[in-house]
Ligand binder design. Structure first.
Ligand code: NAD
Length: 285
């Protein structure tokens, strides 16, 4: 069934949700951004406004265009408001319990034809889909951070995802101005399957004393042209998030090659989560 998508629902107005709302509004769609927190929604809208203001300043868009884009974004703390959406992208907290409940709710709230996509970094799509009566219409739509800047979207097919659902999601990613790639529903999909073991190995290098933190990062920057060193990148992503994804890979494949470095575990246990707590592999203001 080919339904024209005019209104996109975004569940979660945090870091990723507000970015997804922004790109959807910039591509001309109406957006309903839903979060459990009024504060988050206010901050999310503020963040979008600041980015658009910068675009106006740089001459990339007119003040009128900015107002039109902002005018297309509605925020709400009432789940039922998502009934008006033709397509939903869920970008709430990375927790199975939270996502399962959201998908059970969305399944009731949204009309039967509506596709329910998830931005999860690590939860199997099939496991989320099983909480709905429309498993053929559940799919992964994995954006990169920061969403307005990064071109890639991984479109992840669960074992039950239909071809129609895949095609509509793929086309929506294109409409957002992104470059989609197709991934199958295995732990970490493609991006985190490759990235996280690399970051984890950099942490092992530090753990084994192969190099100092600066030297490990310099090797990857100057030796492999990475824009950031792996330890600095792990700090940016959040060490708790890195650990959670490594554990998903480790348990998902039952393979010791994905075991999280004990040093990563120690840092997370100490509350050294990276930039967000002021300390990770580096210290921040
Ligand atoms: P975040 O903490 O910034 O935002 C999550 C938001 O979800 C919070 O504002 C929270 O209030 C809200 N929320 C919690 N329960 C809710 C509910 N029942 N209904 C509506 N909103 C609810 O987190 P984030 O970094 O934006 O991550 C969101 C999702 O995107 C996660 O699944 C994460 O794995 C994924 N992701 C994150 C990144 C990244 O780099 N941060 C990259 C790709 C994908």
């Amino acid at each position: 069934m080919d339904m024209e998508i005019k209104t996109v629902g975004v569940v979660g107005g945090g870091q990723m949700g507000s970015g997804i709302a922004q790109v959807a509004a910039m591509s001309g769609l109406q957006v309903i951004m839903c979060d459990v927190s009024e504060d988050v929604l206010r901050q999310g809208l503020q963040k979008i406004t600041e980015i658009l203001n910068r675009n106006v300043k740089k001459g990339k868009m007119s003040p009128e265009e900015k107002e039109e884009i902002l005018g297309r974004v509605i925020t709400t703390v009432v789940n039922e408001d998502l009934a008006a959406a033709d397509f939903v992208v869920e970008a709430a907290t990375e927790s199975e319990a939270i996502k399962f409940q959201i998908f059970r709710d969305l399944d009731v709230i949204c009309s039967p034809g509506v596709i329910l996509a998830t931005n999860t970094s690590s939860i199997p799509i099939g496991r989320i889909a099983a909480h709905t009566k429309r498993p053929d219409k559940v799919i992964g739509m994995h954006f990169m951070n920061p969403v307005p800047v990064m071109k890639l979207v991984e479109v992840i097919r669960g074992i039950t995802t239909s071809d129609d659902t895949f095609k509509s999601t793929w086309d929506l990613a294109l409409k957002f101005g992104k470059t989609p790639v197709q991934a199958q529903d295995y732990p970490g999909f493609i991006a985190n399957r490759i990235l996280m073991p690399m970051l984890n190995e950099a942490i092992f290098c530090l753990y084994h004393g192969v190099g100092k933190r600066e030297d490990i990062d310099t090797v990857m920057k100057l030796g492999l042209n990475h824009p950031m060193g792996p330890l600095a990148l792990a700090d940016l992503i959040g060490l708790d998030t890195c650990l959670a994804i490594m554990e998903t890979l480790y348990h998902g494949f039952s393979d010791s090659k994905y075991r999280p470095c004990p040093l990563l575990l120690r840092y997370v246990e100490a509350g050294w989560l990276g930039r967000k707590t002021g300390r990770g592999f580096y210290e921040y203001e």
